[in-house]
Design a protein around this ligand. Structure first.
Ligand SMILES: [Mg+2]
Length: 334
């Protein structure tokens, strides 16, 4: 597409922008041909299968330019894709990035965005191998495709949960949602909560420790809230489950802010979204193995419930009363 409509980038043009990005890309031996040819050529490791996932991020739907600094937007746009590969037990390897750029976007925004994107890529050994750029008449549009690989026997799907399995989650829940709520309410909000919202860390090391140990029956990343995302595991596995609200892992930032609410805002931890933690199921005989995985990767893993044979997912307060969802996890088209 012509770059002439991108006035803020007009001086360098589309090809100038592409070579500006290409100049910063680090590559490795898995990339036979990267950016610059008609298609990228990559080599899978022997015996491994290819995992592919794609995500779109739209201005004012997924992010706001007034809130999200370009560096952390770049990091997050790749992090959420890496999180999907981690959730399959995969090793993230290559990415494609397509950007539709509004005419008023300063070049420095793209520079900072790419700096963030490539820092997240470097931290996870992901190589940018291609993409597309064009002008946008309706805000910044980002499309990220991620590819990873894994041995067939170590790929983890949503469909393997068994009745009686423990339900586990990594890290803490609700921090991003609380950060968003406080920001929207104009309340002061700690940098830690904001960082969970704007710069989430994909749990690749935790996922790899778990899949290498072979202890996981089903796994998903928590992007729409633990209730909705465990619900996907339950649905694909033909099971149900009960989540113990008293067992939900809450950060000290979450707990200290919660003190200002009349009730602990459990709905943010259950249905808030954007946690990018991993929810997984495992046979109860693997509790010790999972605690070894935790030590290996340095990421907390908490048992929050039990898979049941009867379908339907519920959450239960410590006093035994049933949680009534205010709304399910985030969903488009509603
Ligand atoms: Mg996902």
């Amino acid at each position: 597409m012509s770059s002439s409509s991108i006035s803020s980038l007009a001086a360098i043009g589309e090809f100038g922008l592409i070579s500006r990005i290409t100049g910063r890309v680090v590559t490795n031996e898995s990339v036979i041909a990267g950016i610059g040819d008609d298609a990228a050529v990559t080599a899978l490791s022997p015996g491994m299968q290819l995992l592919t996932s794609t995500d779109m991020l739209l201005e004012d739907v997924h992010f706001r330019r007034s809130w999200h600094d370009p560096y952390r937007l770049g990091r997050k746009s790749l992090a959420v894709s890496i999180s999907d590969i981690a959730a399959m037990g995969g090793i993230p390897r290559w990415s494609l990035l397509s950007i539709a750029i509004p005419a008023d976007l300063p070049l420095v925004f793209i520079d900072d965005f790419m700096c963030g994107y490539l820092s997240m890529a470097a931290e996870n050994n992901v190589i940018l191998i291609g993409g597309d750029t064009c002008s946008s008449r309706a805000g910044l549009v980002l499309s990220v495709t991620i590819m990873g690989e894994q041995l067939p026997e170590q790929v983890v799907c949503r469909s393997g949960a068994q009745p009686g399995d423990d339900i586990w989650v990594t890290g803490t829940l609700g921090d991003a949602a609380l950060g968003l709520k406080l920001s929207e309410d104009g309340e002061p909000v700690s940098e830690e909560l904001i960082a969970r919202l704007l710069d989430p860390a994909p749990r690749v090391s935790a996922a790899r420790a778990l899949t290498e140990a072979g202890v996981v029956t089903a796994m998903i990343d928590v992007s729409d809230g633990i209730l909705a995302d465990f619900g996907h595991i339950a649905e694909h596995s033909g099971v149900g489950g009960c989540i113990q609200i008293g067992a939900l892992p809450l950060s000290r930032y979450f707990c200290s802010y919660s003190a200002d609410f009349s009730d602990i805002p459990y709905h943010l931890a259950l249905s808030g979204g954007e946690d990018y933690e991993l929810c997984f199921t495992a046979d109860r005989s693997n509790r010790e193995n999972i605690s070894d995985c935790m030590k290996k990767c340095g990421i907390a893993m908490t048992r929050i419930g039990i898979v049941s044979s009867s379908v339907g997912v519920s959450a239960v307060y410590p006093d035994g009363s049933i949680y009534k969802a205010q709304r399910d996890g985030f969903t488009h088209f509603k």
